[in-house]
Design a protein around this ligand. Structure first.
Ligand code: DX5
Ligand code: ZN
Length: 220
């Protein structure tokens, strides 16, 4: 399992310490949640913070844009050192164009779906995608309860990927812990985002290790 801890749940009074923890951990990447107060009812952080994070972080940056008109920021997201740029399907009028611009800029292209947006909406773009990010909570806040329907959605997305020969990885965001993570792994998830479960843990390094080594063989 690939693990992408979400910095949203870190200690904003001492981000450097938490980023060093991520550097020392088995995390595969670092998930960065950008919110604009329009697409979602919350504001998080923007480019100055992303830039500072990039200077400190040795892991690839997985940038999740919860903003309107994300296509305006492709170059700037590339310039802060992002490896993956996630745009919401619901925020993109010309998704095909935006995906190509992200790839042309040298980043991996990912499309994010809100809980109520069906997987079928990706049928004509899935072949172009490096990753699909399924929201398992309504975006905007950390620490929310996992929406159960996500498990079925992962299975549906897995089937669509197999059907179309797409190489897209499946990433899940919201309410991930060892229990939901294990069921997501069984359903076919490739990457787990975890915010509060990692940063509020007594031992974040051990928690990341556990998520990386989820056992999917036993009955859950
Ligand atoms: C929510 C963000 C998530 C958030 C997840 O809108 O996209 O990445 O940090 O937080 P947890 O893991 O606490 O649900
Ligand atoms: Zn996120």
């Amino acid at each position: 399992m690939l693990v992408s801890p979400s910095l949203l749940a870190a200690n904003f009074g001492n981000l450097e310490q938490d980023i060093h923890m991520i550097n020392d951990s088995e995390a595969d990447m670092l998930h960065l949640d950008v919110m604009d107060g329009v697409f979602v009812p919350n504001i998080s952080f923007g480019f100055p913070v992303l830039k500072a994070v990039n200077r400190l972080c040795t892991k690839p940056l997985d940038v999740h844009l919860m903003i309107v008109e994300p296509q305006k920021f492709v170059t700037r997201v590339r310039d802060i050192g992002a490896s993956i740029m996630n745009v919401h399907q619901e925020a993109c009028l010309h998704l095909d164009r935006t995906i190509h611009e992200i790839k042309q800029a040298g980043m991996k292209a990912a499309v994010t779906l809100n809980p109520a947006t069906p997987v079928s909406t990706l049928v004509d773009i899935i072949a172009e995608l490096d990753m699909v990010l399924l929201m398992s909570v309504n975006p905007g806040f950390g620490g929310q309860k996992f929406i159960e329907n996500t498990i079925t959605k992962v299975q549906r997305l897995k089937a669509l990927i197999a059907e179309t020969g797409s190489q897209a990885l499946i990433e899940i965001d919201g309410g991930v812990n060892l229990e939901t993570g294990t069921r997501l792994a069984l359903a076919g998830a490739d990457i787990l985002v975890a915010g509060s479960y990692v940063f509020n843990a007594n031992d974040p390094l051990a928690t990341i290790h556990q998520l990386k080594n989820l056992t999917i063989n036993g009955p859950i």
